[in-house]
Design a protein around this ligand. Sequence first.
Ligand SMILES: Nc1ncnc2c1ncn2[C@@H]1O[C@H](COP(=O)(O)OP(=O)(O)OP(=O)(O)O)[C@@H](O)[C@H]1O
Ligand SMILES: [Mg+2]
Length: 245
Amino acid sequence: MNNPLDGIFESLGRTVLVTGTDTDVGKTYATAALAVAGWFAGRRRIAVYKPQQTGIRGDDPGDVHDVARLVRAAGVPSEALTTAEGQRLTEPMAPPPAAAIDGVELLSISTHVAKIVELQESHDLVLVEGSGGVLVELDGERHTIADLAAAVQSGLPAEGDTDTTVRTVLVARPDLGTLNHTLLSLEALLHRGVRVAGVVLGSWPGDPDRLQVSNREYLADLPTIHGQRIPLLGAVPQGWGHESR
Ligand SMILES: Nc1ncnc2c1ncn2[C@@H]1O[C@H](COP(=O)(O)OP(=O)(O)OP(=O)(O)O)[C@@H](O)[C@H]1O
Ligand SMILES: [Mg+2]
């Protein structure tokens, strides 16, 4: 199986937060492709953490299990990957209402930060997949993935040794509406001081139409936002992870 995000680890550090312009944009696929790219870039101990896994009953497989399956299908040995979830919630809703329905308290942002720091100590790549989009609340105190990214960033050296830096990747669709959603999400992330490595298209069709090609071209040459030019890092081909089965 090919490695769609080959080479992108030059711009990524030890911890990568994966958020999206929406739910269902391909964050889980992009997280798996990042893990595979990390493996082929020499990262040998890779962790995938999902702070809030919603819409799951009992022991059903969650996003981290999908990542594990996709990563294995790409030829990465299963021992290389650690999967971890913060909390499971039954309803396919944002964490606060889902927790209310389950009658549980949401884990705090500091609990997630502690888990990520623990994973950083024993892994050379930690991938964190958020819930839904950029401003979805993760806890009971209105903190979002942007706050989690900022908190993880503040606990680690800002620049210098790329091995210890934290970067966020925004996963987007190639379809109608994506330009507005991508620009809004980047504005929100950069406004909050989140260090964004770039945009990844979660599912790029084998036979893209004119609109999708035009959107991809635009995303590859985004206007400056908060003084930064955010690059398009790559695209996960539609059907990636299924081709060898
Ligand atoms: N590259 C791809 N190839 C094939 N199918 C894909 C790809 N990317 C996404 N999909 C399809 O789109 C669905 C949503 O993708 P994915 O689960 O990665 O989105 P998500 O952003 O992680 O969603 P959530 O917000 O629920 O975590 C998947 O179930 C899968 O069927
Ligand atoms: Mg997902």
